[in-house]
Each structure stands twice: as C-alpha cells, then as structure tokens.
Ligand binder design. Structure first.
Ligand code: KG4
Ligand code: ZN
Length: 338
C-alpha cells in the first residue's frame, strides 16, 4: 500500500511516499528555519504562507522521487494535530483535497504518533509494545506504546519541552534558531562540570519532568557574564546543559520501561538527535538489559515519511478520516479527534 503523506505542523513542509508503513519510497523536506531565524523563533503567519507556497510542488516531487504515478497512490495522509493551527490546516486541507480528487481514503495523523513511527521505518523488526522517550521542540513525553494506535502517557514535562529549553538557551548564547543542534556541536570539548546546573524533581508523578529551572539557571549564568564582562565558557555551559537534560530524561525512560514491563526502549523526536542523550541511552540500556532503538538523525526531526508510516497503521485500525476532519492545535497522543 502506497501512502502519500504530508507534514506541515510547524516550520518544515514535507511530503513523502511510504509503502506498507515501513519502506520510504521518497522523502522531501523543505525547512523554513532560515526565514524564522530572522525573528528568533517561528512566526506562525509566515509558516502558513510558506507551507501554501511549497506543498503542491513538494508532493509532485515526492511522487517523482518515488517513481510512481498519482494512480499508484492508495491513500493520502496528513498531520492534523498538534501544532500551529494555520500551518496544520495547509497540509491537512491539501491532503484532503488530494484524497478527494484521487478518490482514495484520507488518514489524519497525530504528529507525535508520527515521530514514534520513525522507528518503524528504521527498524523492520520493531513492533509494539515498547516504551518511547518522545522528545521534540514542543513535547517531552514518556509513552507506553501498547499497540500501533494505542498509547499511554506515563510522564511528561510540567513546563518547557526539552527542545524548547535547548532552543531558549541557544538563543541566549547567540546560536540562532533552532539551536539544539548548534548547542550539541558546541558542547564537544566543553567541561560539563564547570557550571552548576539544577536537576529538577517534581512533586507527584516521579516520571514527570521540568526544564524551566534549568533554562533559567543557564540564562542567569549567561546574563551575569554579560553584565560583569567575565568570559563565558560557552562550550562548557552547552555540555553542562546537555548533561542536565539527559540526566532528567534517561533515568526516567529506564524507570518507565521497567514499570510498564517493557524490554524495548525507543527514542523519537528532534531532541533524540542529541549526541549526549543518545550516548547516555545506549549506556543505560546496556546496564538495564533493555533493547534500544533510536532512528537515524534524519528521521528524528520533522519529516513526512514518519507520518506515512503511522498512517498505514491508522488505516489498518480503521482510522480513516472524513472530509470534515479539522486540525487541532493541541491533542493528547492517546486521543483521536474527528
Ligand atoms: O521533532 P522536531 O523536529 O520538531 C517538533 O516537533 O518540535 O524537534 C525540534 C527540536 C528543536 O527544539 C531542536 O532544537 C531540537 O529538536 N534538536 C536538538 C538537536 N537537534 C534538534 N536538540 C538537542 N540536540 C540536537 N542535536
Ligand atoms: Zn516534530
């Protein structure tokens, strides 16, 4: 089954063709990051406009790269939640129109379910159940993936997402937007113990996380250096920051896997590209007898192939959408909204 998939929830316009949820026939991503970098973050109106300009030609390109004709498409899928509402509507409406005109089913996909499905594209043997550490610019979640379309959230951030914290610290360090990857590169060679950074514990659910205190601590160190003229060791601050984020995520992911009785741990989302987190996950999984899967860097960030992968399993579960399907800015991963 060939699915044409579209992703437009934030600042990447993407289209892909995926076969049977597992094989990428094509995968094209057009990032708008350069445009938004001028403003230090995503400007929703600009994002929507850019998606409109790009979506049709990207879909043509995805079909061309996949070497298939429109008549070879068996279903069309698009991200419908969560994300910037105007941005989501562009991909969703284009997807619905394409499905309608091709007389094929339409599948609406939750963006974070898509991130998890990036693992199915990378690891043919992987099947639920497993525990997923799902870390992106907008979300930090520990999800028990009980089935391809059945999710249970065991822990989440109480404030900033991990990626958001990286981006805010990176901006204060003058690294531009989005700054997670630049922070990662900068941290190489830094001394992670040089600056004292907090590891927050939250009341209640011990699998919940908090990153706002860490972000504030980093901003205070940067501001103090700016005010006193003391030289800031940016590499050490970046290394300490990554260590603190990883210390919040990795032990909780292992704890969640054990509590859920899972022997497989997956990571997903843009922040799963972080080298420190990948290294710590690898060590923790060896120590705790967990099998670890992390997608290659290209499939950690936003793309449409992951949407096509999840769409296949939504389709098999009977989760097709009507032409009335709307977009939602926020939606729990365990829910569907029609
Ligand atoms: O999943 P994603 O592409 O988009 C969302 O759904 O949000 O994640 C983007 C986030 C950004 O915050 C970006 O700075 C972060 O992932 N990121 C990283 C790295 N690469 C991307 N954070 C830390 N280290 C990285 N290597
Ligand atoms: Zn994403």
């Amino acid at each position: 089954m060939n699915i044409l998939a579209i992703e437009s929830s934030c600042d990447e316009t993407a289209a892909a063709v995926v076969r049977d949820g597992r094989i990428i026939l094509s995968d094209v991503v057009l990032s708008q990051a350069d445009m938004h970098a001028l403003y230090g973050g995503v400007v929703p109106e600009i994002a929507s406009r850019r998606h409109i300009e790009a979506v049709a030609s990207l879909c043509d390109r995805a079909l061309e790269d996949a070497k298939i004709k429109k008549s070879d498409i068996d279903a069309v899928a698009a991200t419908y939640a969560p994300g910037l509402i105007g941005a989501l509507l562009v991909g969703l409406n284009f997807g619905k129109a394409a499905a309608f005109s091709l007389e094929k089913p339409f599948v609406a996909v939750h963006h974070m379910r898509g991130h998890i499905a990036a693992n199915y594209l990378s690891f043919p043997e992987l099947k639920p159940p497993f525990l997923c550490l799902l870390i992106s610019g907008g979300h930090s979640l520990l999800v028990d993936v009980r089935g391809y379309t059945e999710f249970h959230v065991m822990g989440s951030t109480r404030d900033d997402a991990a990626g958001e914290a990286f981006d805010k610290a990176a901006r204060a360090l003058g690294l531009g937007y989005p700054g997670g990857a630049a922070m990662d590169a900068l941290s190489k060679g830094g001394d992670e113990a040089k600056y004292a950074l907090p590891r927050a514990k939250v009341e209640g659910n011990d699998l919940d996380m908090s990153f706002s205190g860490l972000k504030t601590a980093a901003l205070n160190i940067i501001n103090r250096a700016n005010q006193t003229g003391e030289e800031l060791d940016k590499a050490s601050l970046a290394a300490g920051f990554a260590a603190a984020v990883s210390d919040a995520l990795v032990p909780r992911a292992v704890m969640a896997a054990k509590r859920a009785g899972r022997t497989v741990l997956c990571a997903a989302g843009g922040v799963a590209a972080n080298s420190r987190i990948r290294r710590d996950l690898t060590g923790a999984c060896v120590q705790n007898d967990l099998k670890l899967y992390i997608p290659p860097l290209k499939l950690c960030g936003d793309n449409a192939a992951m949407i096509g992968a999840q769409a296949y399993y939504e389709f098999l579960a009977g989760n097709t959408a009507a032409m009335e399907q709307n977009a939602c800015a926020t939606l729990d991963i365990s829910q569907r909204r029609l």
